[in-house]
Design a binder for this molecule. Structure first.
Ligand SMILES: [Cu+2]
Length: 330
């Protein structure tokens, strides 16, 4: 009799699983190592929680149906074996959840400590990007081949170790890129880290959306930025362009001895030397403002980057941001 009861409860539990299995969406490929850890943990906990939920619900509905005509409840009698069973079973489930969570959250790719992040950044192959949050936008600071530049779009290479150093200038914010499985608070006076490695599947033509996930004032809902994931060669190309634009900007801003190289002979003299020439300032195409406002020491490039090479690089730089995948295919 007891076995029959157990069998019917288990049958109901298994039947209850069917709609979940049928309706479940196939899991999308993980975009990053971090995303992989989090998705695996979520799937594992769901796989354990579903049968337990269905078993408990099965017992509940069975009892409701079985005793639907019982007029008076009979007091239960002490059953030590049963009490021990559910105590131990609960402990086992909680231990499992704790260990599974620790195995994911203990990884430096999910929650890196200060030391772990510093060790990664010391490795020569790591791309480190400083993320600056403020009311109400984001700024991304890079150092590439010894030159600093700033971008308003977060561009990251795939298949490379990345460390983001996240800080805030004013109030608490939170860096959240759900599609890449990345989230960390941005707190003034303190640096938090994200360490990850993006998969090749994360490279695509459309940018990902970065959100602020901490209510930070009137402009909070507009505190967005684009994230572009490029393959390694495209990323290097983009970074080289930013470096060149930054160097042009710095040489343009220090107007006294600017553009000492070949530009003096050609017509594409930079605007900084217009006082000397006066006549030929022709090719000052202001439309060449790069989409990711490159700057060195706070001075913007849009005013001065007029030499022939600078205009072409900034033009291709915006093309690279728009469609890195198309560029990769070409
Ligand atoms: Cu914010």
């Amino acid at each position: 009799m007891f076995r029959k009861r157990i069998a019917s409860v288990l049958t109901m539990a298994v039947l209850g699983l069917v709609p979940f299995v049928v309706l479940a969406e196939p899991a999308a490929a993980a975009t990053s190592v971090t995303d992989n850890y989090i998705s695996n943990l979520s799937d594992l906990l769901l796989a354990v929680a579903l049968p337990i939920t269905l078993l408990v619900e099965g017992v509940l509905f069975y009892a409701i149906w079985k005793f639907r005509k019982a007029d008076e409840a009979k007091p239960t009698q002490e059953n030590r074996r049963l009490e021990l069973t559910w105590t131990v079973a609960t402990a086992v489930v909680l231990m499992f959840v704790g260990l599974a969570a620790y195995s994911a959250m203990g990884s430096p790719y999910v929650l890196p400590s200060h030391t772990e992040a510093q060790q990664m950044m010391d490795q020569p192959n790591t791309t480190s990007i400083h993320v600056d949050a403020y009311q109400w936008s984001w700024e991304f600071h890079y150092k590439h081949n010894g030159t600093n530049f700033t971008s308003s779009t977060l561009v990251m290479p795939a298949n490379k170790q990345i460390v983001l150093e996240i800080t805030s200038r004013d109030v608490d914010h939170s860096f959240h890129a759900p599609a890449l499985g990345l989230k960390r608070d941005a707190i003034p006076g303190r640096t938090n880290y994200i360490a990850t490695r993006l998969n090749s599947s994360a490279v695509r033509s459309q940018p990902y959306q970065l959100y602020c996930a901490e209510f930070c004032g009137a402009g909070h809902s507009n505190m967005l930025a684009n994230i572009v994931v490029m393959n390694q060669s495209d990323y290097n190309h983009w970074a080289d362009q930013q470096v060149q634009a930054a160097q042009n900007a710095s040489s343009g801003s220090s107007s006294g001895n600017a553009s000492t190289t070949s530009s003096t002979s050609t017509s594409s003299t930079s605007t900084s030397s217009t006082s000397a020439n006066g006549s030929s300032t022709s090719s000052t195409s202001t439309s060449s403002t790069p989409t990711s406002s490159t700057s060195v020491n706070g001075s913007s490039t849009s005013s001065t980057s007029t030499s022939g090479t600078a205009t072409t690089t900034s033009a291709t730089s915006s093309a690279a941001l728009a469609a890195p995948e198309a560029r990769g295919a070409a």
